[in-house]
Write a protein that binds this ligand. Structure first.
Ligand code: IPE
Ligand code: IPE
Ligand code: MG
Length: 250
């Protein structure tokens, strides 16, 4: 049997990649992608949804267990009202158009962030997609929407304080596990890899507690240009990192 050497080397390259169990993505650069093309920022966000679909497909294909996508931050309220409205509409439309496919792909969807302050229509869409995919056992897709790590940690501290005040909890028993179990990611593994597109090198209030030991990878491409080659480049960078977790390595 003859093996096409080009295909064989792609396969070898792929089998040498370490696959993170949990990837967090700061999907940045939609506006700049659009601006470069003379399009509106909204067109950039629309193209960003296509990149979300590619990210989900690639995560399934490469065997990632958890994919967390940063879609709207608690600081994004500083944007013009029209853009905020458009981003909210996109989440709505994404759920409407993709729910059936996500179910077919065995994807479990959860939304993290402050949902209490979202309008009730959007809240019920969020609850609906979570309920309808709750029994799925494939990729865990977390969408961080109206999410900010500082307010997430603050809410966890407040919840612990309420338990202390009522006598339910002894302050001495508050440890990292107790705090972690009051975050929106309770019970989920911490991200191994945080990928940010568009060349910006900051976390912008994304998963600050959970990323304590994540490997950070920054790529120049804007989010709408995210594809398999960007994904594989990020996985290669991750594969080459020596994760020591404070120890002396292997
Ligand atoms: C990321 O793209 C999407 C969101 C933050 C909602 P941006 O809208 O931040 O794009 P740039 O950074 O302005 O290019
Ligand atoms: C981070 O991107 C938030 C999301 C990707 C949803 P931003 O574009 O809002 O971040 P900054 O303002 O450049 O830090
Ligand atoms: Mg941005």
């Amino acid at each position: 049997m003859s093996i096409n050497p080009a295909i064989a080397s792609v396969e070898t390259e792929r089998s040498n990649l370490k696959i993170p169990a949990h990837i967090g993505v700061i999907m940045d650069g939609n506006g700049r992608w659009a601006q470069k093309r003379g399009l509106s920022r909204m067109e950039g966000h629309k193209a960003g949804v296509e990149a979300v679909r590619r990210a989900v497909e690639l995560s399934i294909d490469y065997g990632v267990d958890y994919l967390t996508l940063f879609a709207f931050s608690s600081e994004n309220w500083r944007r013009p009202p029209d853009e905020i409205k458009y981003l909210f509409g996109l989440l709505r439309r994404f759920v409407a158009s993709d729910l059936a496919r996500l179910i077919r792909q065995n994807v479990r969807v959860r939304i993290i962030g402050d949902r209490a302050s979202l309008e009730s229509g959007l809240r019920s869409i969020i609850e609906d997609v979570e309920v309808k995919t709750a029994a799925n056992t494939g990729l865990n897709l977390l969408i961080a929407f109206n999410y900010g790590a500082k307010s997430e940690i603050t809410a966890a501290v407040r919840a612990l304080a309420v338990k202390v005040a009522s006598g339910e909890l002894d302050p001495g028993s508050i440890d990292e596990i107790a705090l972690g179990s009051h975050l929106s990611t309770a019970g989920l593994p911490d991200p191994d890899l945080i990928l940010r597109t568009s060349g910006e090198m900051r976390l912008s209030n994304f998963l600050l507690w959970q990323s304590a030991y994540a490997e950070l990878v920054f790529v120049e491409e804007n989010w709408p240009d995210f594809d398999e080659s960007v994904f594989v480049r990020a996985l290669k960078a991750f594969t080459e990192r020596d994760r020591r977790f404070g120890g002396i390595g292997t």
